[in-house]
Design a protein around this ligand. Structure first.
Ligand code: G3P
Length: 287
């Protein structure tokens, strides 16, 4: 059951509805799920098809993604389900928006994921104006998070998530959890319309530190949620000490929240690499 002290929402990061059922049984609750092209490629049904030497057509893979999120939505009708548009580094904002319109109609509780790139931000600004809920993914800097804030001014709280990817920063020796702390501090100057969703969680330490920092939402793979459940769903207080294990600190920057989104420095190599990887994993499923 949800611990009384737990303020944050907890999502499963995955692409398999059976796993969602298991997570629900284990935790006794779940507030939503994040999916992405790589996670859909790891879905056991998709993997079986590939193992038989078959692939999807473009239409079939979208139907399959639709089927998966419909199952997730049925399991968590009150939760938020993130669905990611196909975006390689050359995909335009218009193309992302077209996909977003379709995907948003798939289920009543969708959040559409766009990359935190210039084209992704352009698409996000329009998507919010058209009444869509969104989740800005592949965020690696405070500037990108500030641009998300700026592009979505006026949106209702709950409609916009930003997903800083902590594990991928850790992977290259930077303390990803510090980016969460920095974004939370920066957003503290604003109107709180963007919710911080700690993503690319790789271990229980990430989850506990995110809870301690007051991240609005955390998404974690099944194995991390299981470890959390095995330990009795602890919610850390101020006394908890996170060990960054020698990772390089990411210093806080004074980034104003008052600019237009396209005045922020948006480029980050991990955002580009992330789009490349997501699109490769997706394309590998298609004939
Ligand atoms: O929520 C985003 C997540 O799926 C990315 O995680 O482990 O691929 O960096 P990871």
């Amino acid at each position: 059951m949800r611990p009384d002290k737990l303020k944050a929402r907890i999502f499963l990061d995955g692409g398999d509805p059976h796993e969602t059922q298991q997570a629900l049984a284990l935790l006794g609750f779940l507030d939503g799920q994040t999916t992405n092209p790589t996670l859909i490629a790891k879905n056991p049904q998709a993997k079986k098809l590939l193992e038989r030497g078959e692939k999807f057509t473009k239409e079939e893979i979208l139907n399959f993604y639709h089927f998966v999120v419909r199952e997730l939505s049925a399991l968590m009708p009150l939760g938020a389900i993130s669905i990611e548009v196909y975006a390689d580094p050359a995909t335009t904002a218009d193309d992302m928006l077209l996909q977003a319109e379709k995907m948003f109609s798939w289920i009543p509780n969708a959040h559409i994921k766009f990359p935190s790139s210039a084209e992704g931000l352009k698409a996000a600004e329009q998507a919010v104006k058209r009444g869509m809920r969104i989740n800005m993914t592949l965020c690696f800097t405070q500037e990108q998070a500030a641009a998300v804030y700026a592009a979505t001014r006026g949106a209702k709280k709950g409609d916009v998530f930003v997903s800083p990817f902590v594990g991928r920063l850790d992977d290259r020796g930077e303390d990803g959890m510090q980016l969460i702390a920095n974004i939370m501090r920066m957003y503290g100057q604003g109107d709180s319309h963007v919710e911080t969703l700690t993503a690319s969680v790789r271990n229980l330490g990430h989850l506990l530190r995110g809870l301690q920092l007051g991240s609005d939402i955390l998404t974690a793979p099944f194995n991390v949620l299981k470890e959390w459940a095995d330990q009795g769903l602890p919610v850390p207080d101020e006394g908890y000490v996170y060990d960054p294990k020698g990772l390089a600190p990411i210093p806080y920057k004074d980034v104003p929240l008052t600019l237009n989104w396209n005045q922020y420095h948006l480029e980050h190599d991990l955002t580009v690499k992330g789009m490349e990887r997501f699109s490769q994993d997706w394309n590998a499923l298609i004939k």
